[in-house]
Design a protein around this ligand. Structure first.
Ligand code: RP5
Length: 193
């Protein structure tokens, strides 16, 4: 087994069934720019892995505010349950969307060139009282997808079982690495990383 990290953990190959692709989306993954897509991709992939139907959009709080408002206002009536919103820099998108819907919004601060994403994180995490946004780590797309899944799993036992299976895979990956570290010792382990 190669030692390098398996994240995103894939004990089974990622397969999006055509049935999932046709389902009505319950999670939206929205981003301020296509340059954010790579950061959001782990969220999309883990949701698809759990067969959660996803809508993916580019909606900018600054560049396409009218489209962003329309999306947020219609989100609940369209059947969406959770919104993941990623943005970088002056990252107003998650907060603006949260102000226009009662759906839970998970913000993903995208690493910016100038300030390494600290600007994005502060913009997203420092919401004023009254309009919450749940904020994951800078570039924390995977955790955003997992958190959205956990929210949906409150009323979906099958999904909860899949999340627990995923956690088992995460656990097994670490214990396998631990065993290999014990066997090889740190110097040889490092050369194989
Ligand atoms: C934000 O500005 C986007 O979320 C993106 O992270 C950042 C830079 O956008 P581009 O200049 O790459 O389009 O609105």
């Amino acid at each position: 087994m190669a030692i390098s990290s398996l994240f995103i953990v894939t004990p089974e190959p990622l397969q999006v069934s055509s049935a999932t692709a046709q389902l009505k989306p319950v999670v939206a993954v929205v981003m301020g720019s296509d340059s954010d897509l790579e950061t959001l991709q782990p969220a999309i992939q883990v949701l698809e892995r759990f067969e959660v139907a996803v809508e993916v959009r580019i909606l900018s709080a600054h560049r396409t505010p009218i489209e962003m408002v329309a999306f947020a206002q219609q989100a609940k009536s369209k059947g969406l349950k959770v919104i993941i919103a990623g943005a970088g820099g002056a990252a107003h998108l998650p907060g603006m969307i949260a102000s226009l819907t009662s759906l839970p919004v998970i913000g993903v601060p995208v690493q910016s060139k100038a300030l390494s994403g600290v600007d994005s994180m502060h913009s997203i995490v420092q919401m004023p009282g009254g309009i919450p946004v749940a904020t994951v780590a800078i570039d924390g797309g995977l955790n955003a997808g997992l958190l959205a899944s956990q929210i949906l799993a409150l009323s979906n036992q099958n999904l909860e079982e899949q999340i627990m299976k995923f956690r088992e895979a995460v656990h097994d990956e670490v214990t396998a690495k631990d065993a290999q570290l014990i066997e090889l010792g740190p110097n040889d382990y490092l050369t194989q990383m």
